[in-house]
Design a protein around this ligand. Structure first.
Ligand code: MG
Length: 402
C-alpha cells in the first residue's frame, strides 16, 4: 500500500439526452496501481467541455502519474499552482475532477462513504428544492402544488423563465434571449403576492433573479419581495457588482443567496466577512472540487451563513453525489437545488443519490458511492456548438449578463 500510485487520469465526456441546455457532462477517472481501485470526479463545464478535457488529459495527467493518490490536499495545491496562472472555470473544473476522484479513492481505501471522512452525518437526508415555472401566477401555483403533493416543501418559482416573457426582437436583431428587465421586476412581486394568497406561508418559496437586471432595480425588487417571506432570493446581482449587496442589505431583510458563478476565494470572501449574504451557493466543480468546498462551508459556518450548493442539470451525477456528501456532513447546510436524473443518466451512473419525500440521501457505499458505465456513456457523445441563452439582450438589443 505504501507504493500506491496514480496510474492514469482521463476525462470522460458524455451527453445523455437533451433539454433546454443540452448538457455535456465531463467526469474524470483516476486509476491507481491497486487493481480495481479508481475514483470519479465531476469536471462538468458544459459550455467549454473540450477545453476542460484538454487540461485534464494534456496537463494534469502527466503531472499526476506516479504520485500517491492519498495526498489529496497536496495534489490539489500542486494542480492549482502548476500552470502559474490559476483559477477560472476551465482550470477549476479540471482540478475538481481530479480532487473528487481522490476523495472517492480515499473513501474506498477506508471502506467509508465520503461523508464519514468529512465528519459523519449531521442529518439523515438533505432537504431539496425543485423548480416551478409558468406563464401566469395561476400556472406557477399549479406547478408548486404538484411538487407539494410529491412531498417537497421548498420550491423555486419563476414566471416565464429567468427574465419573464420574451419581448419582440428589433428588426435585424442577432440571436439571443430577449427580455424586458423593468417589466420583469414589476411582475415578480405580483407572482409572489398571488402565491402567498393562495398557498399561504407553510411552503418555502425561492426565486432566482439570474443576475439579469440593473443593480438599483435589483435592490428595489429585493425590497419589494420582503413581505412575501422568501426562503432566499438567488443571484440578485452579477459577480461583477457584488459591492451593491451592502445597499441591498441596508434596505431589506430578504435572505440572499449568491455564488454559482464564483471561481475564486476573493469573490466570496467580502460577502462572507461582511455578512452580506445568507446562503453560499457555489458550483462545487467550478471552485475546484470537494477540498475547497469543504473549507468554504467551514468558513461560512463561522459567519452564520448556510450552504446551498448549485445543483442544475449540467452537474454530472458524480457532482450531485459529492454535493450530497457535503450536505449531510455540514452543520450549516441550508438547502440543496435538485433537478432529478433521467432513467438514462441513472443507467450510465449507477449509484445516483435518491430523493424521497423532499430529501436526498447519499448511498452508503465507500467513497462517493457512484460508478460510470463507460461503454454506455460512449454511445452519447457530446455535441459541439454554442448556446443561445447565454446571449441575453434587452429589448433594444443591448447584451447583458445571462
Ligand atoms: Mg441560479
Amino acid at each position: 500500500m505504501s507504493t500506491l500510485q496514480i496510474r492514469d487520469v482521463r476525462a470522460i465526456l458524455t451527453s445523455p439526452g437533451t433539454g433546454n441546455i443540452q448538457k455535456r457532462l465531463i467526469v474524470v477517472k483516476v486509476e491507481t496501481s491497486e487493481p480495481g481501485l479508481f475514483g470519479l470526479g465531476c469536471a462538468t463545464f458544459t459550455q467549454r467541455h473540450r477545453a476542460v478535457r484538454s487540461v485534464v488529459d494534456d496537463y494534469l495527467k502527466p503531472l499526476l502519474i506516479g504520485r500517491d493518490p492519498r495526498n489529496s490536499e497536496d495534489l490539489w495545491q500542486l494542480c492549482h499552482v502548476n500552470a502559474y496562472w490559476r483559477s477560472g472555470p476551465v482550470m477549476n473544473n479540471a482540478l475538481s475532477g481530479v480532487d473528487m476522484a481522490l476523495w472517492d479513492i480515499k473513501g474506498k481505501l477506508a471502506g467509508l462513504p465520503v461523508y464519514q471522512l468529512l465528519g459523519g452525518k449531521c442529518r439523515e437526508g438533505a432537504a431539496v428544492y425543485r423548480h416551478a415555472d409558468g406563464r401566469t401566477p395561476a400556472e406557477v401555483e399549479d406547478n408548486v402544488r404538484a411538487f407539494l403533493a410529491q412531498g417537497f416543501r421548498h420550491v423555486r418559482c419563476q414566471m416565464g423563465g429567468y427574465g419573464g416573457a420574451e419581448v419582440a426582437r428589433p428588426t435585424g436583431a442577432p440571436a439571443g434571449a430577449y427580455f424586458d428587465a423593468d417589466g420583469y421586476a414589476r411582475r415578480v412581486p405580483v407572482l409572489f403576492e398571488h402565491l402567498r394568497n393562495t398557498l399561504g406561508y407553510d411552503v418555502e418559496l425561492l426565486h432566482d433573479m439570474h443576475e439579469r437586471i440593473a443593480p438599483i432595480t435589483a435592490v428595489n425588487l429585493a425590497k419589494a419581495l420582503e413581505p412575501y417571506g422568501l426562503y432566499f432570493l438567488e443571484d440578485a446581482l452579477p459577480p461583477e457588482q457584488i459591492a451593491w449587496f451592502a445597499m441591498m442589505r441596508r434596505q431589506c431583510t430578504t435572505p440572499l443567496a449568491m455564488g454559482e458563478l464564483f471561481v475564486n476565494t476573493n469573490e466570496w470572501l467580502p460577502l462572507i466577512e461582511g455578512r452580506l449574504i445568507d446562503f453560499i451557493r457555489c458550483h462545487v466543480s467550478a471552485i475546484g472540487g470537494l477540498t475547497p468546498a469543504r473549507k468554504l462551508a467551514v468558513l461560512c459556518e463561522a459567519f452564520g451563513i448556510r450552504t446551498a450548493w448549485h445543483g442544475p442539470g449540467d452537474v454530472s451525477p458524480v457532482g450531485h453525489a459529492a454535493n450530497v456528501h457535503l450536505d449531510v456532513s455540514s452543520p450549516n447546510f441550508g438547502i440543496q437545488e435538485w433537478g432529478g436524473f433521467s432513467d438514462l443518466e441513472q443507467e450510465i451512473f449507477p449509484g445516483c443519490p435518491e430523493v424521497r419525500g423532499g430529501y436526498v440521501y447519499p448511498n452508503d457505499r465507500p467513497g462517493l458511492g457512484i460508478d460510470i458505465n463507460e461503454a454506455l456513456a460512449a454511445k452519447y457523445p457530446c455535441p459541439d456548438g454554442v448556446l443561445e441563452w447565454t446571449q441575453t439582450r434587452l429589448p433594444d438589443g443591448t447584451l447583458v449578463t445571462p
